[in-house]
Design a protein around this ligand. Structure first.
Ligand code: TXA
Ligand code: MG
Length: 508
């Protein structure tokens, strides 16, 4: 089947396109259109044969009911047995909008549309293009998300085309959607009303209008053995091809844990994707890093979620690590969809971070231009099982200088070229508990100790590797003394790396 793709300007809606879509729908065909949540795959909701085509195009099990979309409040009564008072109040407050309500259906709605249920899900979307298409199509348009079953819901017409081009009659391209996660589903056939799927309209917003609202238990506890009440929620929808894990904890611990996991997977030859926020993205050093939005505004996270999952699918990553988000507001819906995508694999950041003792290693020498950078560069060349930020610092750096030329020469003769080196003074920078400070001499260690009495991880390099001795300053000495100094640093650094690797044996 050839799929017609029509771009529409939402500020200047082309009536001809709407009429064409309406005609296709009235003839029992399939038309996708944007809504404020995700793109919908529209069909005449009162036509059983159209429902059958919808299931076939999506590859969706036919026991999973469709949502009937309407554009006028008065149309609700045409397909349900009764509209409870609370439903009227909710509709008044939240329709049109990202909310679906479930009612007892009347005989006009075929069982093919409701997956054999006696109830029908109804939603009145806010998107102007959607509303016009619904009216042109006869007023009752079933519209599941316009994705192939098992893929993330589409938030752009391009996503729809990826999944359904050639399988449906028409795609209306109205640009990117506004919200990005599917509507809240509220079952009005039970007392108190029950949320079957979280969305942009939250439990709190609903209970402000009608009092008590409960949440389907199967959504709250992952290990609930009860099936979710919305049949669609039982499927591992939104499933990316990669193995996905959510990492939760404080933002700081989360970043550290994901960095650790990504480094370990990279060492194992795996391709890693990271779902980061604009606040954290620059901290990551390995993997394909995607910024999903800002922690400050979780609406941005919702908007980009499915696009990012789709992108990772096409980039063939083996693992996706995602930061966890707050469950406030739309965050409940975001975490619900992320959780499903990850098959509910959630790990505590601290369980990972506790497996790595040091993350930053600072080598400290007097002027910071010879012994310290040699040690730092040699350690960077070691095969380390974990990721470290490795720095060289000087105790007395009045102005920055390049590396000592003889040190640079020695490194170069071993194939190590250092671009843009400049000495930097030690200023007790970011001395966190995962920073290891290694001085060249006892005197230097003492000096640091006097200044930073609290410091825990302060050793001479020799001491740390279990030796008695020092690495003295060789400034102005003959070449063979430089060579000796270089060889002894090399020896200590090799032992240091063995200790770091040995200590971290348990790491995943
Ligand atoms: O935001 C949305 O709701 C989007 C846009 C296109 O409007 N539509 C959407 O439809 O997400 P769909 O088919 O992908 O998801 C419908 C969900 C499924 O989980 C389904 O099981 C549930 O609604 N559902 C539909 N009718 C139901 C019913 N009578 N009882 C319980 N759950 C129902
Ligand atoms: Mg869906």
């Amino acid at each position: 089947m050839k799929t017609l793709i029509k771009k529409i300007d939402r500020n200047n809606i082309d009536e001809e396109i709407i009429e064409q879509a309406g005609a296709i729908l009235q003839a029992g065909g399939l038309v996708t259109f944007p809504t404020e949540t995700v793109y919908g795959l529209g069909a005449n909701a009162l036509d059983e044969e159209a429902a059958r085509k919808t299931y076939a195009a999506k590859g969706r099990p036919s026991d999973n009911p469709l949502i009937v979309h309407i554009a006028r409040m008065e149309d609700l009564e045409g397909i349900v047995t009764e509209v409870p008072e609370d439903a009227k109040r909710i509709a008044q407050r939240f329709w049109p909008g990202p909310l679906t309500m479930i009612f007892n259906k009347n005989e006009r709605v075929p069982l093919g549309t409701t997956g054999g249920h006696d109830t029908v899900a109804v939603r009145m979307p806010d998107d102007e293009i959607a509303r016009r298409v619904i009216l042109a199509g006869g007023g009752y348009i079933s519209a599941p998300s316009a994705n192939t079953s098992g893929r993330p819901s589409p938030t752009s017409a391009q996503h729809v085309a990826e999944d359904l081009d050639g399988k449906i009659d028409m795609i209306i391209d109205g640009g990117n959607v506004e919200i990005g996660v599917e509507s809240t589903i509220l079952d009005m056939t039970v007392i108190p009303p029950m949320i079957l799927r979280p969305g942009a309209i939250t439990a709190q917003m609903l209970s402000e209008v009608i009092g008590t609202v409960v949440v389907d238990e199967a959504l709250i506890s992952e290990n609930s053995d009860k099936a979710p009440k919305a049949p669609g929620m039982k499927y591992r929808h939104y499933a990316p091809k990669a193995e996905m894990v959510i990492v939760q904890g404080s933002p700081e611990e989360t970043v550290k844990a994901i960095k650790q996991l990504a480094f370990a997977q990279k060492r194992a030859g795996k391709k890693v994707g990271i779902i980061a926020t604009s606040e954290s993205a620059s901290r990551y050093t390995n993997g394909i890093i995607k910024t999903i939005g800002s922690r400050e505004n979780e609406k941005t996270v919702a908007r980009n979620l499915y696009r990012i999952l789709r992108e990772f699918d096409s980039e063939d990553v083996d693992y996706i690590y995602s930061e966890a988000f707050s469950e406030d507001g739309i965050g409940t819906a975001v975490m619900n969809r992320l959780g499903k995508a990850a098959g509910h694999k959630v790990i505590e950041a601290e369980e990972i971070t506790k497996l790595q003792k040091y993350r930053k290693i600072i080598f400290l020498s007097e002027s910071g231009n010879c012994r310290a950078p040699i040690a730092a560069e040699l350690l960077k060349k070691q095969m380390l099982k974990q990721e470290y930020e490795i720095l060289a610092r000087g105790m007395v750096v009045l102005f920055s200088e390049p590396m000592n030329p003889r040190a640079a020469e020695l490194l170069k003769s071993r194939g190590i070229e250092v671009a843009d080196f400049e000495t930097q003074g030690f200023a007790g920078e970011a001395l966190e508990e995962d920073t290891l400070i290694l001085t060249m001499t006892d005197a230097m260690k003492q000096k640091v100790r006097n200044e930073y009495t609290e410091l825990e991880n302060l050793y001479t390099l020799c001491e740390f590797v279990g030796e008695v001795g020092e690495i003295p300053n060789v400034y102005g000495q003959p070449q063979e003394i430089y060579e000796e100094m270089f060889a002894s640093i090399h020896n200590y650094v090799c032992r240091l790396s063995a200790i770091l690797n040995g200590a971290d044996e348990k790491v995943i």
